[in-house]
Design a binder for this molecule. Sequence first.
Ligand code: ADP
Ligand code: MG
Length: 302
Amino acid sequence: MTIGSNGHTGGFRLGLLVSHLRDEEKMILAAAQERCIPVDVLQDRRLALDLTSPNPPAVDVVLDRCIAHTRGGYALRAFERWGIPTINSSRAAAICDDKVEMTAALAAAGVPTLKTSVAFSVPGALDVAEQLGYPVVLKPVGGSWGRLLAKANSRASLQTILEQKQQLGTHHHSVFYLQEYIDKPGRDIRVLVVGDEVIAASYRSAGHWITNVARGATSTRCEITPDIAEIAVDAVRAVGATLAGVDLVETPDGLKVIEVNGGVEFKGLRTTTELSLPDVILDHAISAAVLSRWDVGEAISV
Ligand SMILES: Nc1ncnc2c1ncn2[C@@H]1O[C@H](COP(=O)(O)OP(=O)(O)O)[C@@H](O)[C@H]1O
Ligand SMILES: [Mg+2]
């Protein structure tokens, strides 16, 4: 028997930080049960983090599967302070949760990504769009599942969208993230990276220009070429993550990164690979726990 650094006895124990259980979390829980890995489900809404007399959960690593990013961010930072490794780190999660931060991190690391600017006023955004050219894509900085993305084909339609966002939205909606539009071949590529390795890749195809599985795109297997592997691993490294899904787009100038997703969904991707993605994720969580204990000279039994 091994004594864990968080005071619990016994072998590896996983903390699964969730907002609610989506299909992916249910799959991770089922895989853990199959392998007799104990899991504490940490529901973000129910957490009460004692900041003055820390009350860390008795787990060896926390896997962040939150969709409520504000709560998730606070929880990750507390866990890290209390010495619990988290996947991903709070810093990487914060970068992935904010498209402005993420694009800036990709650009700073020299990872090919789409031409993007952020503006804070309607005239400023219209100026940016003139430089990018039409059509132009406008995205919420904290969005996912392809929600609230807009493609404006002209200055007039962009102005209408911007003014509506400014009038009807909260101040977050007046952070205008504008991007060149890529006329892609009816698909993008979702790549799962764990550590420094590409685990699986799939094409996501749809009749619509937005090809999220959550919006009905279909997933088919994509061969992991050296180009795909290189750009995906570089992208994940650039944001400081160790487990992420990278969205790539095929452009006339080669592959470019659309975004990096920290709490990656893999419903579509899993149908295109023989690998058990929940098991790959569990293995990664175990390694992270072992490595962090190793750093402080402790053993862990798995
Ligand atoms: N600049 C773009 N040009 C063409 N298609 C895009 C562009 N940006 C996003 N898309 C399409 O929209 C989808 C969702 O965009 P993304 O930035 O990944 O937002 P989300 O976080 O909502 O998934 C992408 O997977 C891609 O199919
Ligand atoms: Mg996406």
